[in-house]
Design a protein around this ligand. Sequence first.
Ligand code: ADP
Length: 343
Amino acid sequence: MNERQDVAGSRRGGLTVADLVVRYPGATAPAVDGVSLDVAPGSVVALLGPSGCGKSSLLRAVAGLEPLAAGSVCWDGTSVADVPVHRRGFGLMFQDGQLFAHRTVGGNVAYGLPARSGTRGRVAELLELVGLAGYEDRGIATLSGGERQRVALARALAPAPRLLLLDEPLSALDRALRERLAVDLRAALVATGTTAVFVTHDQDEAFAVADRVAVMSAGRLLQVDAPAELWVRPATREVASFLGYEAFVPLDSPAAAPLRDALGVPPSGATLALAEGAFVVGRSGVAKGVVRGVSSRRGRSEVRVDVDGIGVVTALGPVGGRWSAGDVVELGVEPDALAVLDA
Ligand code: ADP
């Protein structure tokens, strides 16, 4: 029998959250407002959304740290509502790893393991998994921020939790480190087959870590999809805006015509969404625009261009390009930075 069959009342593996509501005393609106979400065994789901949209509240409710005002949280089809936090078999990891400062690295990792022989070997294995082989005897105070979060991850993985809940575990680190750790974090979760829910407000991080990304806004779930699917087919303008799409034009408008051709889609009632970089300055032109300003990021030029019928968008240009406000530039199109919305 197919365990994933979505028949009401059938047993489903992994985490199932249904119609969940979290409400804080005195608050006018619920922090989580009727969220339903499945996390299949061995998969990683990122909760992505702006600060205050209810990501942590949802995670904490799953952990058992917040009461449910309505709805259910099930593991393998059985409600965990009456199971206390420490009996759920769920692991937790936070922004500050909450390590024991007076223990060594090895002591911190071993804390999550049952006392028995073979602990040393298992600690060494976990440290290797997070890229800290040989760190057993180091003091926590001697570690960088990134190394501390690696130790926190090793400790969280040590008891092999059936579900790992990660609340912004990388957000205290600088961007370059965050990018590297996101990749390593995913590798460690995949290598251990860990089922995980990962909270972040950073799209790049969500896309790097998760098999599926759940976009939240104001307590609600807007869309759940694989990263590539989400990027190519954002369900609504709100999701698209959050992902970084910056301009929206009706597909049947004259301004959309050259872009439509690039995508090979016919005019319709749908909307075309343009992300940063949908236009490229200096490539054979499909449109023209007037330069409003120029900046540089990671060596590339970002040219703010006012395109007739579309508005001001961020076009990309080659390193060292020179443009001034008022210049008229030819614009090529980058199809990967375009999406078609149904409405
Ligand atoms: P996120 O994790 O997406 O930043 P949170 O889940 O932390 O969002 O918060 C969602 C909403 O609930 C916010 O409006 C926040 O102010 C509110 N909130 C969070 N924690 C509490 C609390 N302990 N008491 C009252 N309100 C809270």
